[in-house]
Design a protein around this ligand. Sequence first.
Ligand SMILES: Nc1ncnc2c1ncn2[C@@H]1O[C@H](COP(=O)(O)OP(=O)(O)OP(=O)(O)O)[C@@H](O)[C@H]1O
Ligand SMILES: [Mg+2]
Length: 252
Amino acid sequence: MTVKIAARHVSAFYGDVRALDDVSIDIDTDHVTALIGPSGCGKSTLLRTLNRLTDTVPGARVEGDIRLDGRDIHGRDMDVVELRARVGMVFQKPNPFPKSIYENVAYGPRIHGLARGRGELDAVVETSLRRTGLWDEVKDRLSDRGTALSGGQQQRLCIARALAIEPEVILMDEPCSALDPIATARIEELIGALSGRYAIAIVTHNMQQAARVSQRTAFFHLGRLVEYGDTSDIFTNPRAERTKDYITGRYG
Ligand SMILES: Nc1ncnc2c1ncn2[C@@H]1O[C@H](COP(=O)(O)OP(=O)(O)OP(=O)(O)O)[C@@H](O)[C@H]1O
Ligand SMILES: [Mg+2]
């Protein structure tokens, strides 16, 4: 097992509200990690702490230790732009830039200097779109606006945009909740194809989805990590009563 992100004793606050309470969790490269739990339990907050998106929230504060490949992400030598390039994020609502399909994907590699010249940039765009299965659908309309795509296509475009800057970790916050079952199945397939190559953490309210895509599952409740283990164990043999209640649909 290769630990990519090690979070230790992480607490997060929005003003006086404690959203995360002493959470310790490893996100590793060899598994997809599902984060589950009732609304408001801190799943999105945890993802935000991992690439310091919490820095951008006024009044938010994070305590504890988070390491990426052993390096303190709050350390003085950690460049937050580099951190967010290495730890990519995909949100619940597809959020393509108001630019062309091509530019949506090319933007990151260009500002991070990952491609030299148009030829290299074209190649990065094509490879990223191919990885999300979008290339054949959009190759003849690369100059159309990203926002003109269907919801499922937009979400795959956002994943392609994240992949284009060669991240090491991909954090996904309910990436399928706005999508129909067919688009959802495509994203789930894609997660399967990307796993092993990237460390992936996905927040989902869909228990079947967690069971299908992940090998590790973390159950949160009221800002605390209640239980973390192999997905098959969590779903068939949870240790905590609260986990059992949640996965059997008794609350949440
Ligand atoms: N920007 C914010 N300002 C103030 N409080 C916030 C902010 N974002 C989240 N919170 C609070 O922090 C707690 C955790 O919220 P978070 O969004 O992390 O939960 P979640 O598990 O992702 O919920 P959901 O499943 O509904 O998305 C909640 O009590 C929420 O109200
Ligand atoms: Mg959330």
